[in-house]
Design a protein around this ligand. Structure first.
Ligand SMILES: Cc1ncc(COP(=O)(O)O)c(C=O)c1O
Length: 397
């Protein structure tokens, strides 16, 4: 949809679900901020002072939030800690946290830190097949002992998309607060965190938002909770109009920006600032339509040409995110071979290849070439002639 806004690499890049490609605008935005630093030094803060708030206002549209409900700060892990510190208040029998057995590990580590501190339990919703979650199992675990449930919008491995509206409503009916990890959905589809009344959410900007490796993260706090004082406070969460009065008492910034803590990295924000311009005027429903069309096309090609690769991702459009997961016993070797032939997938142990046709910059023809090469690689593997040049598997997220 916006391929011309990216310096496309010579290889076929299908790893945007791990690290999105760099938009041209990210480079120019960083260069602009570097020149400001060079030219104005500390004077640059006149403009940089409100940069994270400006970006939060832009990101709000991507997650279906009001402008005050979002902060651009931290990382998923750090933001989860900040939000749990504020929202997790074990009381009476409602003491435990709930997550899923298929969550990204850092989410579980963060949740466990808090249950350990409170002598409570982290309950995990099991998976029947080791790859996806059954909605009935989630509903069954929304019990009276649970204070807060954290769920992924899209599961990082299988690409299954959960029903945010239904699950949020069900948890609320049972008196449970709901947080969402939207790492694998932001930038790939519209969200409705405000309308669906999620209590809080976290996400990163380095995948489908293309904000750069280790880009500052994002968090959402629903408007009805904005009166809460963040439990983990820092001066960057102070009311901006009096921040430099250097008073000892904390007066919260308006909205979710109060969850910021220390001085943000302006150069990291700059890359995100540039990347967000790619979304200017972009219809998110159209983005999702194109993404589904690409993943559909890809799965159909896989069924036809590489049937020995098992499609792990659910087929129904309302049940899948932006990437396709394919399982095969030799996935690690296949991933290395694909890389050596100019296709960049990623590999998740023990047996999954994830491929993300990103609507912003990938094309159907790239998917057709990918499946052709995958066919060739599978034939070589079956014949025992697969050349493995030891290329490095994707190591990051
Ligand atoms: C679902 C999910 N949560 C969390 C993370 C990582 O968190 P952080 O940004 O704190 O490194 C990832 C990384 O890919 C992820 O996929």
């Amino acid at each position: 949809m916006r391929r011309d806004l990216f310096p496309m690499p010579p290889r076929i890049y299908l790893d945007g679900n791990s690290l999105g490609l760099m938009p041209h605008a990210a480079r120019s935005a960083v260069e602009k901020r570097l020149l400001e630093w060079e030219g104005s030094a500390v004077g640059g803060w006149d403009d940089w002072f409100s940069l994270s708030e400006k970006l939060a206002g832009q990101v709000a549209r991507l997650v279906g939030a009001g402008p005050l409900e979002v902060a651009v700060t931290g990382s998923i892990t750090a933001n989860l800690h900040a939000l749990l510190a504020t929202f997790y208040r074990p009381a009476g029998i409602r003491r435990n946290l709930l997550a899923t057995a298929l969550d990204f590990p850092t989410d579980l580590y963060a949740l466990e830190s808090w249950t350990a501190m409170h002598g409570a339990e982290l309950v995990l919703i099991p998976s029947r097949d080791g790859e996806t979650l059954h909605p009935d199992d989630i509903l069954e675990h929304l019990t009276d002992d649970i204070a807060v449930v954290l769920l992924p919008t899209v599961l990082y491995r299988s690409g299954q998309l959960l029903d945010v509206e239904r699950l949020t409503r069900a948890a609320h009916q049972r008196g449970i607060l709901v947080g969402w990890d939207a790492a694998h959905s932001i930038g790939a589809m519209p969200h409705h965190f405000h309308d669906f009344e999620a209590d809080f959410a976290v996400w990163c900007h380095y995948k489908y938002v293309n904000g750069g490796p280790g880009a500052p993260g994002g968090l959402f706090v629903h408007q009805r909770h904005l009166e809460r004082i963040p439990a983990l406070r820092g001066w960057w969460g102070h009311d901006k109009t009096t921040q430099f009065e250097m008073r000892g008492d904390f007066r919260r910034s308006s909205g979710a920006n109060a969850y910021q803590q220390g001085t943000p990295s302006i150069l990291a924000l700059a890359a995100l600032e540039g990347a967000l311009t790619v979304f200017d005027g972009l219809d998110l429903l159209e983005l999702r339509r194109v993404s589904l069309e690409l993943t559909d096309h890809f799965m159909a090609l896989c069924d036809e040409f590489v049937p020995e690769m098992r499609v792990v991702t659910p087929r129904a459009p309302q049940e899948r995110g932006g990437h396709v997961a394919l399982a095969h016993g030799a996935a690690r070797a296949l991933s290395s071979a694909l890389r050596s032939k100019g296709i960049i997938p990623d590999f998740r142990a023990p047996d999954v290849l994830r491929l993300a046709p990103v609507a912003l910059y990938n094309t159907k023809s790239e998917l057709e070439q990918t499946v052709q090469i995958l066919r060739q690689v599978l034939d070589e593997w079956a014949a025992g002639t697969l050349e493995q040049r030891g290329s490095v598997d994707s190591v990051v997220t």
